[in-house]
Design a protein around this ligand. Sequence first.
Ligand SMILES: *Cc1c(COP(=O)(O)O)cnc(C)c1O
Length: 362
Amino acid sequence: MIGRAVARVSRRAIEHNCTVLSERLGGSELCAVVKANGYGHGAQAAADAAVAGGATRLAVATAAEAAALRSDVPVLVMGALTRTDLDTALAARADVVAWTGEFVDAIAARGVPARVHVKLDSGMGRLGTKDPREASALCDRIAAAEGLDLAGLMTHFATADERGDDHFPGQLARFTELVDDVRRRHPGVTVHAANSAAVLRDRTAHFDMARCGIAVYGLDPFGQDPAEHGLQPALELTSYVAAVKRFEPGDSAGYGRTWTAKEPTRVGVLPIGYGDGWRRALSNNAEVLVRGRRHPLVGTVSMDNVTIDLGSDTDVAVGEEAVLIGAQGGERILAEDVARRLGTINYEVTTGLLPRAERVEA
Ligand SMILES: *Cc1c(COP(=O)(O)O)cnc(C)c1O
């Protein structure tokens, strides 16, 4: 499909990536993380494909995300919840996470059945209790409370994507100690810690379940090439050449005249811009594929348009497809490449695509 700003999402790729992750996990469950609109891919489509690929659970960050999801498998809300959020999450029959006694009491006071996961902050310095004894006591309290089910014990790694660092093993050791203690009293609890990077990095971090986001979408948690792990990128971002114009030396393209032609050339105009999530920091700092060839993005990215240098002897015609993320001919541009140019991570590239970029099934 030719369109102005099209994010083509492959369910088959998501399914494949979940199969790859499930195989890595051996007997441990795969929980596919579909927060933030499935990292920009579309939450429901991603969830359906992930379950088809072997995910037995889903996770989101917010109560509203859980309420919007249709799912036959359990959904975990990982984030902090206001009392209103808690009502929304429980009404959606989602699992919730607790790390204080007050919050456990608030859940119990709702008087509805609830599945609760206890979170240890083993070194992320974010959500969770830092005290393993408190975490252990919360587990006992939940297990004893009427209507509450101790569903999980969890932590989250800060540096799983930095191979060879020594913070990760420290976090893993602190968490494992708590796990051994809690499992003795609550053998049925589902223990989970690993994100995508941890799954690929260390088998001993797999426990009963892993919470994978980025790898589900075929993006590399280490920011390199997803193919190294057998992962297939699930999203392509395309536009089309809406105009081709002749440029003489000194002619400029776009706001602020940040690029001027040095010699005669032809410039293609693509009707996609930062209003679609193709960031302005990519001005004079990106490549685009047309006819299987790389062309530099020239000039300033505006809200609705970008310009590319097609060269003086181009045969590119109006109406042809342009690929900003994805493969064409023998060339490909990864979200990881775009992230590097922006000084950010692949997560932010796809999650940053805005609603105006139309999501279609590949
Ligand atoms: C987002 C998130 C994940 C998924 O991390 P990836 O690096 O995308 O695999 C796992 N756990 C928690 C708590 C998260 O917030």
